[in-house]
Design a protein around this ligand. Sequence first.
Ligand code: S3P
Length: 175
Amino acid sequence: MASIVLIGFMGSGKTVVGQEIARRLGWPFVDTDAMVEAAAGMRVAEIFARFGEPRFRALERDAIVSVSTSGTAEDAVVATGGGAMLDPENRRRRKEIGPIVWLDADVESIMARVGSDTTRPLLRGADVGARVRALLLERESAYATADHRVDTSGRSVAAVADAVLTTISPAGACG
Ligand code: S3P
């Protein structure tokens, strides 16, 4: 099996589920947000605040290029930031990495998980619920380009990890 790429909205569980799957498979876990932070020497929120979203997106693109071209992607579980798949070039490149699983979640689950999070710049401001709904609508078609979709709403990390592994295994593949 090639590396597994997890995509989806903030709060869909990409990081925690990715870490759980990596632990079960004995594979390394790679997080593109962490790669961006390491390259910039600062947290995502600080990159947004000091240099703006375009700079963050450029660093995110570099991280995805690096995962798809270096050996990093060999047998690894890769979690991408929630906006990474909006970039057509990133969508093309991720196909070189491995099967893509969209971790989907309803607005209620997202709000419960990250509604009051202060580390995600795109979720700051007055009406976070409206913001989440608008961004979800805007991004749905990009997420839907994944090979597989797993609904994480109201499910535990272990249950989602089970579902991902079942979905991508040849017997459970749903295309
Ligand atoms: C973003 C999601 C974040 C991070 C940045 C932008 C987005 O990652 O990349 O704050 O555009 O949805 P998570 O999805 O891991 O929260």
